[in-house]
Design a protein around this ligand. Structure first.
Ligand code: ATR
Length: 271
């Protein structure tokens, strides 16, 4: 898929920004929805390194961009750079920006809860792996939906900061021990760095759901290890589609056809 650096990205209406960005399927999903709704406009994938976020945002606004999706590692920066709406303030994270008035919202959390329907309807104990922007939004969404949240992170202090920022009780275990959890939710970007997580899978109950918010043409090592230990597994494609649909509706005021969005990427999925 074509990706651009923010310094030489051509003018277009919409884009997803992050670093790395080449793995993103958002352009396929959003462009399918635009075409189906009869709207003109392009949606590109643009690489924006963490420390260049402010300069990139300035240039993309000058180039006439109307909206951006924001992914790893920029979601917390996007919150600070925008006027967060009520939904974004609820989670402290922005993954969708409207550049005209610089309002930011969060569609990850709602999209994630949409994706649990029919898969994990009954709340219970959940272990979230990672303590970045995605973890923050999903921890709050799960707590509000009645789940009992624990957070493990490679850097424990960051998990502790997240717990103190969110302001409700959560456990911060020292190891990612899956025993006793109804769901293990991977929000880390370890796989992007080609690394795996030190999970003692043999301690997990087979009825546990292993959910990875990432997606791709190859099953993540998190999911393949979980499957090898007999767990139920779920990748991030349904969440991707649900958050994309919510972002689309927020920008365009039109509810997109989620089946069309799904069709645009299902041939790429490992399943
Ligand atoms: P996002 O906004 O999508 O949550 P992020 O803020 O960059 O992305 O957070 C990435 C998360 O992946 C962090 O929890 C990070 O752990 P650290 O806080 O210790 O950096 C985690 N992560 C990244 N690479 C990892 C690896 N190789 N092993 C374990 N965790 C990793």
């Amino acid at each position: 898929m074509t990706t651009y650096s923010w310094r030489n990205a051509p003018s277009a209406g919409y884009a997803v920004i992050g670093d790395p960005i080449g793995h993103s399927w958002s352009p396929l999903i959003q462009e399918a929805a635009l075409a189906h709704a009869g709207l003109s406009g392009q949606y590109l994938a643009i690489q924006v390194p963490d420390l260049e976020f402010d300069s990139a945002l300035k240039r993309l606004r000058e180039c006439g961009y109307l909206g951006l999706n924001v992914t790893v590692p920029l979601k917390e920066r996007a919150y600070r750079a925008s006027q967060p709406d009520r939904e974004a303030r609820r989670f402290g994270v922005v993954n969708t920006l409207r550049l005209g008035d610089m309002v930011g919202t969060n569609t990850d959390a709602g999209g994630f809860l949409d994706s649990l329907q029919g898969v994990a309807d009954e709340p219970g104990p959940v272990l979230i792996l990672g303590a970045g922007g995605t973890s923050r939004a999903l921890a709050k969404a799960l707590q509000d939906a009645g789940w009992n949240v624990s957070i493990w992170n490679r850097t424990t202090e960051r998990a502790e900061r997240l717990v103190s920022d969110l302001g409700f009780p959560m456990t911060v275990p020292e190891t990612p021990d899956p025993k006793g959890f109804r769901m293990i939710l991977n929000t880390t970007s370890a796989a992007l760095a080609g690394e795996s997580l030190p999970i003692p899978w043999e301690r997990a109950d087979p009825s546990t759901l292993a959910y990875d918010v990432s997606y791709g043409s190859k099953m993540s090592s998190f999911l393949s290890e979980a499957r090898d230990h007999g767990l139920r597994i779920r990748d991030g494609v349904e969440m991707l589609i649900a958050q994309a649909a919510r972002s689309f509706e927020w920008w365009h005021g039109i509810e997109p056809d989620r089946a069309i969005m799904r069709k645009a990427v299902e041939h790429l999925r490992w399943t």
